[in-house]
Design a protein around this ligand. Structure first.
Ligand code: PHE
Length: 442
């Protein structure tokens, strides 16, 4: 059976950007940026994206396009059986993330529906009670199940008919909503204070704070969906004609812009409505409590804003969760010869079961996020930089030769991939593992 191809280069960019832009940009950026890093967090995050992640993003796409294989098979196809373990990492990590991602999507959907049909909480106690109700019992399972079902429907319709079609519609809507909300947030009383408190506060000691370093690395890799086979899978449906480095730059820029814009929405709200304490708890859950509470005090306008914001979040989330499902699905299809339907059914059932512990226990969700959504992605990024920079470097040149791309840009990327990414990512990985171990044992 011939492998599917994207209808157009733009379709690929939008799908990859759709994967990148997700709850990580909306919730993840906000809660990591609120952990005290301030401008040092922002600067480190931007540096990691620009200097380390961009070359790895191109490398991951090259591996997918040049092998035309799923994430499980691509490494061994490129460098032999010894590398098959890397393929397994690329399947296990998306399964891990996908499992709790569906739970977060469920919370988002519940909050959206509640804002539409019942309105917003009037104070923080009411909001906490509401969050307690959506994050436990049967409603959390229902939210998770429905979100997985919708994801499965899109993925079973295939690369063109499902993934490309959905993201083509969703991404423009998402940008429109984001810009409307950022403009609205700029009119609030606490706007500048919000930016200053969370994004611009200068404290150079934060550059050496291990938690801040871990946050910056995690945010960069997670937000770009990098290092875990998503970009391999998506690029494996890509034509040789497409100019890869350029398209990767497009994806990274869109994703980073959305992260920053989202911060420009959440932080003014948090400050304008005096919710700094609630957010400083720095868990994802805190945002589900503080945002609706803040907006609740604005009456009807607040309700409209909440509906727009949570719709935005859900749209962003589904274009990411389809990419998380596509990785195991394409791998099962290739390795086991299954049909797409069968693979979708098996993989999404697996995601549901793996997600149950996270659905029932917030603590476990946090731990899953730190391991699968943090350390493993950084490890994957490190392996990719070694793999394409040192093990099969000619693949990088050959693949990009065919796409007629800018030679200087390619030389720069290759240099960074070989000499800069590996040591810098190794440093980020070591700091992150140690910091995480410390956090867990304390
Ligand atoms: N990048 C997505 C987000 O920001 C999440 C994600 C991570 C999706 C890793 C796929 C792989 O929410």
């Amino acid at each position: 059976m011939a492998r599917e191809k994207w209808r157009s280069g733009l379709g690929f960019v939008l799908a990859a950007a759709g994967s990148a832009v997700g709850l990580g940009n909306l919730w993840g950026f906000a809660y990591r940026a609120s952990q005290g890093g301030g401008a040092a967090f922002l600067l480190l995050y931007l540096l990691v994206v620009l200097v380390v992640c961009l070359p790895v993003l191109v490398a991951e796409m090259v591996l997918g396009r040049s092998t035309g294989s799923s994430a499980l098979i691509a490494p061994e196809k490129a460098a032999g059986k010894n590398w098959s373990l890397m393929g397994w990492l690329f399947v296990i990590a998306p399964l891990g993330i996908g499992s709790y991602y569906a739970v977060l999507m469920g919370w988002t959907a519940d909050t959206l529906l509640h804002s539409i049909f019942f309105g917003l909480p009037s104070d923080i106690n009411e909001a906490e009670a509401f969050f307690g109700s959506i994050s436990s019992g049967s409603s959390v399972l229902l939210g998770q199940l429905v979100s997985l079902f919708l994801t499965a429907v899109v993925v079973s319709a295939g690369v063109r008919g499902g993934i490309e079609r959905l993201t083509k519609w969703c991404m423009p809507i998402l940008f429109a909503l984001l810009i409307i909300l950022a403009i609205w947030a700029a009119t609030l009383s606490g706007t500048w204070e919000g930016y200053r408190t969370f994004l611009l506060k200068w404290d150079s000691s934060q550059f050496f704070n291990p938690t801040n370093i871990r946050n910056a690395f995690t945010q960069a890799f997670f937000s770009l969906s990098l290092g875990i086979g998503i970009m391999i899978s998506y690029a494996s449906y890509l034509d040789r004609k497409n100019k890869l480095p350029k398209e990767a730059i497009g994806v990274a820029s869109l994703d980073t812009a959305v992260g920053l814009l989202a911060g420009m929405i959440t932080f003014p709200i948090v400050i304008s409505f005096g919710l700094k304490e609630a957010v400083s708890e720095s868990t994802v859950g805190a945002l589900f409590i503080s945002l609706p509470t803040g907006l609740g005090s604005l009456g009807f306008t607040g309700r409209i804003v909440a509906i727009l914001f949570f719709s935005l979040a859900y749209i962003a989330a589904i274009t990411s969760s389809i990419s998380l499902l596509e990785v195991p699905v394409s791998s099962m299809m290739e390795r086991l010869g299954w049909t797409r339907y069968k693979a979708v059914f098996v993989a999404s059932s697996l995601l549901f079961l793996l997600g149950l512990p996270s659905a029932l226990n917030l603590n476990i969700l946090g731990k899953m996020d730190s391991v699968f959504g943090g350390v493993l992605l950084i490890l994957g990024g490190f392996l990719l930089s070694i793999f394409l920079g040192w093990i099969v470097p000619s693949r990088f040149d050959q693949d990009l030769d065919g796409s007629n791309s800018n030679l200087r840009l390619r030389k720069y990327l290759k240099f960074m991939l070989r000499w800069v990414s590996p040591p810098v990512i190794a440093f980020g990985l070591i700091v992150s593992v140690i910091d995480l171990a410390k956090n867990w044992s304390s």
